[in-house]
Design a binder for this molecule. Structure first.
Ligand SMILES: Cc1ncc(COP(=O)(O)O)c(C=O)c1O
Length: 349
C-alpha cells in the first residue's frame, strides 16, 4: 500500500486522520485495503507475510509520523516489549520504574531468573540510574497512574549512559511524544487507546531506523506478527483517537474532582491528563464490592476501550506490591459523564 505524509508537517490531530492513507490520485481508495495474502508472486517488494507484513505498513506509517520515528507493529504490546527486552546482551542491568505494567515486570523476572539480565526495581523519585544499561518507564504508570517528569528522567538516564524505553500506552502520542524529549525507544500496547474498542490485540515499537530494522528481524524470526485485520482495525481506531481521548479525559477530570470529595475515597490518583484514574478505598473488600455493584462500569481488565471498566489490580498475584490492595483502576470510556458518576457514586455509597 503506498502512503504519503502530507506536507507541511501538520498537527498530531491531523496526522491521526491523514497518515498512512493510500496516495491521493483519481480513483484511489481513501481507506487502505486489508491484505490477507501471506505469500506473494516472486520478484515484487513482498514475499512472505512473516517476513514483510505488508498489512502493518499503513499503521506503522501513521504511528511513526505521530511519534517521530520508525514504527514496527507486533502481535501484542507484550510482543513489542519482549522484542526490545530480549535484545539486551547477557549480563545487562535493566532498571524499571515501579509500579509499571505487571506483564513487563513478569517478563523481566523471567529473564532475571534465567540468568540473562539483572533487574533493578526503581522508585519513581529515584533518579540515580548509575550502572543501568537500559531504563524502562511508563509516561503514566499503570496502575497507579503516576506521571513522570519525562525531560528530567530522560536527561538523568542519558547522563548515566542508559538506553531509555518509554511505554507511552496511557498517554498516547497526543499527550506525550517521548522520542522528541530524547527517549531512544517508545513502546505501545495499541490494544488500549489506539485500537480504542477492546476488540484487538496489537503492539508497536517506535525508534530510529537502525533499531527498527533489528526489531523487524526479531518479528521475522519469532513470528510475532500482527494480523492484517487487527492492523486495519487499529488504524481505524487511531483515526478517532483525538476525539475519544478528549471526551474520556474531560470525564476523567470531572470524576477525579468529585471522587476527591467522596467520603469513601481515601486517595485519588490522576495526573491531570489521560483517561485512566485510580482510587484507594478503605479496604480491598470494599473495592471488590464496588466492582460487584456497578451497573454501567464493567468489572474487567485492560483499559482504553469505549466502555468504562473498573478493576482491583491486586486481584492479580503478579501485580506489584507497591500497589495498594484497595486500589481500583478506572478506565474512563465514552458514556455520558453524569451516568458514569451516578453509577460509581451509588456503588461507593
Ligand atoms: C502500559 C501497558 N503496557 C503494555 C501492556 C501489554 O499490552 P498487551 O496486552 O497488548 O500485550 C499493557 C497491557 O495491559 C499495558 O497496560
Amino acid at each position: 500500500v503506498p502512503h504519503a505524509s502530507p506536507e507541511p508537517p501538520p498537527h498530531p490531530e491531523t496526522l491521526l486522520v491523514t497518515a498512512g492513507r493510500p496516495i491521493r490520485e483519481p480513483g484511489a481508495a481513501l481507506a487502505p485495503p486489508v491484505q490477507p495474502s501471506v505469500t506473494f508472486v516472486q520478484g515484487g517488494p513482498d514475499g512472505y507475510g512473516r517476513d514483510d507484513v505488508p498489512g502493518a505498513r499503513p499503521l506503522e506509517a501513521a504511528l511513526g509520523a505521530l511519534e517521530g520515528g520508525t514504527a514496527v507493529a507486533f502481535s501484542s504490546g507484550m510482543a513489542a516489549a519482549a522484542a526490545v527486552l530480549d535484545r539486551e546482551p547477557l549480563g545487562s542491568v535493566v532498571g524499571i520504574v515501579d509500579p509499571a505494567y505487571s506483564g513487563v515486570h513478569r517478563h523481566l523476572r523471567r529473564l532475571h531468573s534465567a540468568g540473562r539480565i539483572t533487574v533493578r526495581t526503581l522508585d519513581p523519585d529515584d533518579l540515580d540510574y548509575r550502572g543501568l544499561d537500559l531504563l524502562w518507564l511508563e509516561t503514566i504508570g499503570n496502575p497507579m497512574v503516576q506521571a513522570v517528569d519525562l525531560v528530567e528522567v530522560l536527561a538523568a538516564a542519558r547522563a548515566a549512559g542508559a538506553v531509555t524505553v518509554v511505554d507511552n500506552t496511557l498517554a498516547t502520542p497526543l499527550r506525550r511524544r517521548p522520542l522528541l524529549d530524547g527517549a531512544d525507544i517508545v513502546v505501545h500496547s495499541a490494544t488500549k487507546l489506539i485500537g480504542g474498542h477492546a476488540d484487538l490485540l496489537l503492539g508497536t515499537v517506535v525508534t530510529d531506523e537502525t533499531r527498527a530494522e533489528d526489531y523487524r528481524d526479531t518479528r521475522r524470526v519469532l513470528g510475532s506478527v500482527p494480523s492484517p485485520w487487527d492492523c486495519w482495525l487499529a488504524l481505524r481506531g487511531l483515526r478517532t483517537l483525538a476525539v475519544r481521548l478528549d471526551r474520556a479525559e474531560a470525564t476523567a477530570r470531572l470524576l477525579a474532582h468529585r471522587l476527591n470529595q467522596h467520603p469513601q475515597v481515601e486517595a485519588v490518583h490522576y495526573p491531570g491528563f489521560g483517561s485512566v484514574l485510580a482510587i484507594e478505598l478503605p479496604t480491598a473488600d470494599r473495592a471488590d464490592a464496588v466492582c460487584a455493584t456497578t451497573r454501567l462500569w464493567v468489572p474487567a481488565t485492560s483499559l482504553g476501550g469505549d466502555e468504562s471498566t473498573v478493576e482491583r489490580r491486586r486481584r492479580w498475584p503478579s501485580e506489584s506490591r507497591a500497589v495498594p490492595e484497595s486500589l481500583l483502576r478506572l478506565s474512563v470510556g465514552l458514556e455520558h459523564p453524569e451516568d458514569l458518576w451516578t453509577d460509581l457514586a451509588a456503588a461507593l455509597d
